[in-house]
Design a protein around this ligand. Sequence first.
Ligand code: SF4
Length: 231
Amino acid sequence: MKLDARQQACLHEMGIDVWRLRGSADAAESPADVSMAGDEHAADVAGVWTSLQKTVSSCTLCELHKGRTHTVFGVGDPRADWLLIGEAPGAEEDRQGEPFVGRAGQLLNNMIRAIGLDRESVFIANILKCRPPNNRDPRPEEVTCCEPYLRQQIELIQPKIILALGRVAAQNLLKVSTPIGKMRGQKYVYPGTEIPVLVTYHPAYLLRSPSEKRKSWQDLQMAVKLFRKLQ
Ligand code: SF4
């Protein structure tokens, strides 16, 4: 996956030379380009993962670091087949340093359980690692600066499927401006990879619009069907 000039500048400011694992063919182009080989792979992945966590926890790359209590790196199994990606931490997530806690988190847990998984067996992350004030939408420059972290996580996790939760997550992940209603039911791929991405509503939206839960369930069923085909 290639990074644009601004993202590379962000990485430089982070003090990241360009993360890569041994054996990466074109690693100089992206911190997310990794190549895995044998037993060394697991150790490499663990090391890069720990470095990434540490870097995120002290990141001051965008303005959002000023108002945060905690960064929210993500939660779950770093080797999960399923990666669920939301928008950004809210107030409670900022307090606890964990994504999707509170009522929306409970609903997400139920959605995950509904497809036979649990919170510990998937990985849950957000587009942004720090909370935007008053839960406003992420700004493009914030997404640009934070995106390399998520890309790196995706390369390390190597999920079989990604589920984008809500408009903001879907549009930023896929670099489109399509309304979420039109993205549902379509199969996308995460740019630069072959990892399929499906889109559904954000649990917070479903709490406000419970009549849409049925559509969300259809999305989850589609995701399960696709995942089974990948086996
Ligand atoms: S939102 Fe991302 S880029 Fe901005 S300060 Fe937090 S971790 Fe850094």
